[in-house]
Design a protein around this ligand. Structure first.
Ligand code: PLP
Length: 417
């Protein structure tokens, strides 16, 4: 039998949802491999390379590989299709500044003099160092020279921003006198503190607080990473969950005297991928004037999503941000959902926050267990479900699954087993 023409095979692939040109590519690949019967599989291979929604059944709330914090983006998307006052001042009719709005909302919430938003946390710390410490010394504890993930290493960032590293103390213990001695001889531009994030030291350790560091009379910058705006997390209700303990808040960091705090928008802030520089007006403004700022500033989609997120905080609705809603769901609610799904076995699980925050902290959760390894079949679904293995079971943690997806989950898994 003659193989079908590329065109007719491409046409038969319409249900794949791919645009014409990509269907042609799938058809060509199938024909070249003498495998036109399986053309649909070639199409789904291409489809899988596109960015698409998945269901996060891992129980890792801020999942680095799954887009970190989920967002409720309706308003941001809505606005992105229209013109906006992105760089227009409605009061004066003149040109305005795009970073101002989200920055001023952050400032209000955490009590900063000023704040700006950039593309991500890495950009925030990079811009601060390039602005304030180019060709100058930066004092940092040896215990804080960490790699956060994805190759983001503090010593490398410092170097690429043109700053010179002055390491003090030891891996486990750094004292105020260590900073003091280094400051005396190196004339540093600033002292940098970096939150260990996904790395934790326990036992015989000592670090120096921002408050003590401020006694040395140098600018103190704290890269807290996670973006927890307020350590007391009022949106989580009382008592504050124990798993949040030890995570530094942007508000408290500034209150304790830091000149600048930098953090991510999509970790414990629960917003879009972004980075924030907040604190003393003179330093924030210097960062905004640096030529690099233009290269690092986000687009209107991000800024709109950031604004929406911050309005939720200012309106005491932060508990409704997907991140906190998931974190706050009680194990009992999850157990009830798991039972009503009526699939496999209902099992008790441990969720984690993820995203380089709160290592070792677990949140009680519930989900379902299926016998054997079903992870790859679940990944092949129309809306892929990302599950994890526990022993010889495939488990789906419901904490990170939107309750609205339960019925989809139920029907596809029932078909699978
Ligand atoms: C995550 C993190 C960063 C990088 O933030 P991104 O938004 O991932 O670029 C920087 N510093 C610390 C301490 C972090 O935890």
């Amino acid at each position: 039998m003659r193989p079908p023409s590329v065109d007719s095979l491409a046409n038969s692939l319409k249900p794949s949802g791919l645009p014409h040109q990509l269907r042609v590519e799938a058809a060509r690949r199938a024909i070249a491999n003498n495998d036109h019967e399986n053309a649909a599989a070639y199409a789904s291979e291409i489809y899988d390379e596109l960015l698409r929604p998945v269901i996060n059944g891992t129980g890792v709330i801020i999942h680095t590989n799954l887009g970190r914090a989920p967002l409720n983006l309706e308003s941001a998307l809505d606005h992105a299709f229209r013109y906006s006052n992105l760089e227009f001042n409605l009061a004066t009719g003149k040109r305005g500044s795009r970073g101002e709005r989200a920055g001023s909302l952050i400032s209000r919430y955490i009590g900063a003099e000023a704040a700006i938003v950039v593309n991500n946390g890495a950009a925030a710390i990079f811009l601060v160092l390039a602005t304030l410490a180019f060709d100058r010394n930066v004092v940092i504890s040896r215990g804080e020279l960490v790699e956060i993930g994805g190759g983001f290493r503090i010593p490398d960032v410092l170097e690429s921003a043109g700053a010179r590293l002055v390491e003090v103390g030891t891996t486990n213990k750094t004292r105020l006198s260590d900073y003091e001695d280094a400051a005396k001889i190196s004339n540093p531009a600033l002292i940098l503190k970096v939150h260990g994030s996904n790395y934790k030291m326990i036992g015989f350790t000592e670090t120096v607080s921002v408050k003590s560091l401020k006694t040395l009379g140098l600018p103190v910058i704290f890269d807290i990473g996670s973006g927890l705006l307020d350590e007391s997390a009022p949106w989580m209700g009382w008592p504050r969950p124990s798993w949040l303990k030890g995570e530094p808040g942007a508000k408290q960091t500034l209150e304790s005297g830091a000149d600048l705090v930098t953090f991510s928008g999509d970790k414990l802030l629960g917003g879009p991928q972004a980075g924030v520089i907040a604190g003393a007006k003179q330093f924030v403004e210097a960062c905004a004037r640096h030529p690099l700022y233009r290269a690092l500033r986000p687009g209107n989609l991000t800024l709109q999503a950031m604004e929406d997120t911050l309005l939720a905080y200012l309106d005491d609705r932060a508990d409704q941000l997907p991140l906190w809603r998931m974190a706050k769901t009680t194990p009992q609610e999850l157990k009830t959902r798991a039972e009503s799904l009526d699939l496999g076995r209902v099992v008790q699980l441990k969720s984690t926050v993820g995203g380089g925050s709160l290592p070792g902290q677990e949140i009680d959760s519930y989900g379902i267990a299926l016998s054997g390894d079903k992870t790859s079949e679940l990944r092949k679904l129309k809306i892929p479900i990302i599950a994890r293995m526990e022993g010889s079971d495939t488990v789906i943690d419901l904490r990170t699954v939107d309750a609205e997806d339960d019925s989809y989950l139920g029907s596809v898994i029932r078909a699978l087993i």
